[in-house]
Design a protein around this ligand. Structure first.
Ligand SMILES: NC(=O)C1=CN([C@@H]2O[C@H](COP(=O)(O)OP(=O)(O)OC[C@H]3O[C@@H](n4cnc5c(N)ncnc54)[C@H](O)[C@@H]3O)[C@@H](O)[C@H]2O)C=CC1
Ligand SMILES: C[N+](C)(C)CC(=O)CC(=O)[O-]
Length: 472
């Protein structure tokens, strides 16, 4: 059953939430009084459609329906989840919660607030127990963290339901045990920002030099290991205790100006803004967003390959999205979007990636004959010994493709498949692969006949695929 999310406030963050839910197959209702909201969300959604599916090696669900509503009541009534993302003002958020709860007393409400505690949000609410903080990160459609902060009066069952909902759309709920102003991540970011402002104010560095100091060194480390694991390694073989002994005393020296903020005079604001213009003013915000998204996708896909950090979360979500193998003829053995990092300097998909794609498709065929992950872990598998690939049309990043596979030979240890890679938009055949595999014993690394159950399934699939329907 398609579920519905209500997004109240469709700016930078509301638009990101809308995209995250829609691209995971939810219907989305939006209320925002800004006459520009529909255009702005449309632009965020366009970026998200290009970006999010590239993280996965399987197809995402069919996109849900997006509806703009003329009132909060119409947006929230009967919705499974309500995400409030209005301007960061407590009085406004209180008014919005009152309207939501008057319209639908059962509404489960998460607030995107960057700074307010849940107990502040709940003040004067009709039903405080159904309100919590669910603080996201920009862009919400790519970054998985949600700081989930309940107060002492938030209903525990509602918190668990919220976690299930967030995980189902590929997000990672970090349940914060004790409410605190600005949660965890914004406190950390604010500390760094404060230092950055001082460094500009005191003419130590420009905005660009500060960004270089982050992106060429510790920013890269933080993205994969965070703060504490990174410092543990920096302590050498003696680990964290040695690190603290060596660098802990420096915390008492005047390295930082943590409690102080430079006065935001017009001169300082002009200085920061003009340095920022010199650094990035040649690009529009939408161009910068696309650059950011491309970089995030490349980094997250690299982490996915390592099974680490944000990449591990994508693998977990992907396994929930992967459909069971279909026995139809032809079998749809792969369905995905071509990611940016699969393209080469000709601006199209690199030929090596076709081999990867057809290899993924053959794993679906293997699973269908019983050679799934558990079978391989048990010591038997198939190895490809020959593969003829024909490149028929160019394939570009962002295109949705399917691989249609037929078993053309299943005799003893021999398994042969004909794969066709098709563009979903028009059904064009972009490439084919005639792939010949042998069943092997992983202990001896030699070919051997498969057990009877696998042989029977191979034969059944070959028979079913012997007289293929004509495809357009
Ligand atoms: N921008 C960011 O980097 C992040 C912001 N947040 C939080 O998300 C929330 C929204 O922030 P942004 O999207 O950045 O702001 P924004 O200014 O881009 O969007 C706020 C939207 O709320 C709408 N709005 C105002 N009154 C409304 C009402 N009564 N009903 C419905 N919509 C109404 C406005 O028209 C506007 O489109 C804030 O609580 C903020 O702290 C959270 C994470 C990151
Ligand atoms: C600047 N900010 C406090 C609104 C940032 C956030 O809340 C999270 C983010 O996306 O960095």
């Amino acid at each position: 059953m398609t579920r519905t999310a209500a997004i109240i406030g469709g700016g930078v963050i509301g638009g990101g939430w809308a995209a995250r839910f829609l691209l995971n197959g939810w219907n989305v209702r939006v209320f925002d009084p800004d006459p520009q909201a529909e255009r702005k969300i449309g632009e965020v959604l366009e970026n998200a459609r290009r970006a999010l599916p590239m993280l996965y090696d399987v197809a995402m669900p069919e996109e849900g329906a997006l509806i703009f509503c003329p009132s909060i009541a119409e947006a929230v009534t009967g919705a499974t989840w309500v995400q409030e993302s209005v301007t960061e003002r407590l009085d406004l958020k209180h008014r919005v919660f009152a309207e939501i709860q008057s319209a639908d007393p059962a509404a489960l409400i998460g607030s995107s607030t960057s700074g307010f505690k849940p107990s502040q949000l709940q003040e004067g609410a009709i039903d405080p127990a159904r309100i919590m903080v669910t603080h996201p990160f920009n862009p919400v459609y790519l970054l998985p963290l949600i700081e989930l902060v309940p107060s002492a009066v938030t209903d525990a069952g509602a918190v668990e339901t919220c976690k299930d909902i967030l995980r189902s759309v590929g997000l990672y709920p970090l349940h914060i045990r004790k409410e605190i102003d600005a949660h965890i991540a914004d406190r950390l970011m604010e500390a760094v920002w404060r230092e950055g402002l001082w460094l500009v104010n005191d003419d130590i560095a420009t905005t660009e030099e500060i960004d270089n100091a982050i992106r060429y060194a510790f920013g890269l480390r933080w993205g994969q290991m965070g703060l504490f694991e990174t410092f543990r390694i920096a302590g050498g073989e003696a680990g964290m205790r040695h690190f603290i002994a060596q660098f802990g005393p420096a915390l008492a020296w005047p390295w930082t100006k943590l409690m102080d903020v430079p006065e935001m005079t017009d001169a300082l604001i002009d200085k920061i803004a003009s340095q920022s213009d010199a650094q990035s003013g040649h690009l529009s915000i939408r161009e910068l967003e696309r650059k950011r998204d491309g970089n995030l996708i490349a980094m997250m896909r690299a982490l996915k390959q390592q099974g680490h950090a944000a990449g591990r979360l994508i693998l977990e979500h992907q396994s929930a999205l992967r459909p069971a193998p279909e026995m139809a003829c032809p079998m749809v053995s792969a369905r995905r979007v071509i990611p940016l990092d699969w393209t080469d300097n000709n601006g199209h998909m690199n030929e090596g990636r076709y081999g990867q794609l057809f290899s993924d498709a053959s794993e679906t065929v293997m699973a269908a004959v019983g050679a799934d992950d558990a079978y391989i872990a048990g010591g038997k598998s198939f190895f490809t010994v020959e593969n003829t690939i024909r490149f028929l049309e160019e394939t570009h990043a962002g295109e949705k493709i399917e691989v249609h596979s037929r078993v053309t030979q299943a005799e003893g240890k021999k398994l042969r498949c004909l794969h066709e890679m098709r563009r979903v938009a028009d059904g064009a055949v972009l490439a084919t692969s005639d792939q010949f595999m042998l069943h092997v014993d992983l202990a001896t690394r030699r070919s051997c006949v498969p057990p009877e159950d696998v042989a029977t399934r191979m034969a059944a699939l070959a028979a079913a695929h012997a007289a293929p329907e004509t495809e357009g």
